[in-house]
Design a protein around this ligand. Structure first.
Ligand code: AKG
Ligand code: FE2
Length: 210
């Protein structure tokens, strides 16, 4: 086979190292109350390798939390990448840079930290909450989530009551919660009795937001 005839198969995305699609295709969903969600399915291509690396190389930690006077297991594994800590896969560094560039005018500061959650199966979850530790308690900000592994829905509901919205988060998908979202809405990843494999979420935030 000539070199020229061989070229097209070399473009097969499933064969290439992980890379990012264009952010131009991101779709904004205004939620009201100054909150919005941006959604871009399959932003990261070649995500199998990223998931493998995340499951293997991140020093996952189980945590316990006090709830109503009792200590309970946090139902997911965690790891926090503070400013300056190298990320476990280079495509995540590229993703953070691309997000910083894409949202520069609107956000006015870079994405810096990376929080990681590992949902081992359908029993792992995150309960309703807003990311309101730090500046996000009283100022608009953004939290960008890249999801790897088994699809799980991200649910959002307005604080004070109202119907919830559901964003399916699949392998390589991007979701960005922006504006007042952390203060005026809550989000959750519910448990499921369906058989689901592991999921890792990577949350990029500006400094001082958690
Ligand atoms: O797993 C996710 O996509 C969401 C995680 C989350 O909401 C958080 O860690 O604050
Ligand atoms: Fe959150």
């Amino acid at each position: 086979m000539s070199q020229a005839a061989y070229q097209p198969s070399m473009l097969d995305l499933t064969d290439t190292a992980p890379c990012l699609g264009p952010l131009g295709g991101v779709r904004r969903h205004p939620l009201g109350r100054g909150a919005w969600v941006d959604h871009l399915p399959a932003w990261v291509r070649g995500s199998d390798e990223v998931l493998d690396v995340l499951l293997r190389d991140v020093p996952w930690r189980a945590e316990r939390r006090t709830m109503y006077d009792t200590e309970v297991d946090v139902p997911r594994l965690l790891c926090w990448y503070a400013d300056g800590r190298p990320l476990p896969h280079p495509v995540l560094t590229t993703a953070r840079e691309a997000l910083t560039r894409h949202y520069a005018a609107e956000l006015g500061e870079p994405f810096v930290t990376a929080g990681m959650c590992h949902y081992r199966d359908g029993r792992d979850s995150v309960a309703w909450h807003g990311d309101t530790q730090g500046r996000s308690a009283h100022a608009d900000t953004m939290v960008a989530i890249v999801s790897f592994g088994s699809p799980r829905p991200l649910l959002l509901r307005p604080r004070g009551g109202g119907a919830s919205l559901r964003f399916p988060l699949g392998h390589g998908d991007l979701v960005v919660m922006g504006g007042s979202c952390q203060r005026t809405w809550e989000h959750a990843i519910p448990k499921t009795s369906r058989p689901v494999g592991p999921r890792v979420s990577v949350q990029f935030r500006p400094v001082g937001v958690a």
